[in-house]
Ligand binder design. Structure first.
Ligand code: 8YV
Length: 312
């Protein structure tokens, strides 16, 4: 008998094919009445497949009394009620490591794009404005101080790349690390005040909600730029938009937003802002590796083995 599994939202097609082959799958987003489906199949379901975006609520878990494991396509699990999963004894797995390089690459890509005006430069050429004159001068990255909020796997991969650019690095987090030489800041406003570029690489969730508020934004100031490849929830987006429109913040490179895929339209007209549609891990190779890891975690569990990448 194939184990029964609920899929919360559309996942990578190759992963969906694997899940359909190895499990009896129930696609929540395709049924007209989710509650009726869960009432019918809930007692038989042993697993949830979801993503960092679709998550898994306590209500969904409680509709599945025999739930054993949640496989998350993504490293960020802030949309999953982790506390409830722990209380229910439900295993949660995610997909760390396989996406680290891609997300770090995009962070540095956004840093360079904002500091050097790469996207604005492209528009300057395509629009014909170059015929009227040159672009404004932009900022040198390698002489700057890059602040990294969150020196976890992704934050460290970003630091390695920034180091190669020749820029100085400092970091902020809940604690300092003895194995790095970068200056540690226990206070984000102080780091924002001292750095030229602030890159956000912390997980989302209640503990980091709006960690970048007006005070941090004003400390970064009109000569500073904010790069966010973590979660939109890390930033008070209304305060960010106000500061960018008013010129109180020098620029921003954003891959994540508070209400995806809706993005504040006021950002669209700003040449010093670079916007991406949450594509940190969105390469063929990495998304395949993420899908393979979700499948491998579920397969290990149902074969009676420990999962490969349990979140806790
Ligand atoms: C995922 C992400 O692709 O890994 C994460 O947490 O944000 C992305 O890399 C996304 O969660 C998929 O929905």
């Amino acid at each position: 008998m194939k184990p029964e599994l609920v899929v919360v939202g559309p996942l990578l097609p190759a992963l969906m094919e694997t899940l359909d082959r190895d499990y009896v799958t129930h696609r929540l987003w395709e049924v007209p009445d989710r509650d009726a489906l869960l009432a019918e199949v809930g007692p038989r379901v042993r697993a949830i497949a979801t993503s960092g975006h679709h998550g898994a609520t306590a209500a969904l878990m409680d509709a599945l009394p025999n739930l054993e494991i949640i496989g998350c396509f993504g490293v960020g699990v802030d949309a999953i009620d982790i506390g409830h999963a722990k209380a229910r004894g439900v295993i949660v797995t995610n997909t760390p490591d396989v996406l680290t390089d891609d997300v770090a690459d995009l962070a540095v890509g956004l840093l360079l794009a904002v500091a050097r005006g790469i996207v604005a430069g492209d528009r300057h050429v395509r629009s014909g404005k170059w015929l009227q004159g040159p672009m404004p001068l932009m900022r040198k990255v390698s002489s700057g101080l890059v602040g990294i909020a969150g020196l976890g796997r992704i934050g460290r991969a970003i630091a390695k790349r920034v180091d190669a650019l020749g820029a100085r690095i400092a970091y902020y987090g809940r604690r300092s690390y003895a194995d790095v030489d970068y200056p540690f800041y226990g206070d984000l406003v102080s780091l924002a005040r001292d750095c030229d570029y602030l890159i956000l690489a912390t997980p989302g969730g209640a503990d980091t909600h709006h960690m970048v508020d007006r005070a941090v934004i004003d400390a970064l100031g009109p000569a500073g730029a904010l790069i966010n490849i973590g979660r939109g929830s890390l930033v008070d987006e209304a305060a960010l938009v106000d500061a960018l429109v008013a010129g109180r913040l020098g620029g921003a490179g954003l891959d994540v937003f508070e209400d995806e895929p809706r993005v504040p339209q006021a950002l669209f007209a700003l040449d010093n802002v670079v916007l991406q549609p949450h594509v940190g891990s969105a390469t063929v190779e990495t998304r395949q590796a993420m899908g393979d890891l979700v499948a491998a975690n579920l397969r290990a569990h149902f074969a009676g083995r420990p999962p490969i990448t349990p979140f806790f």
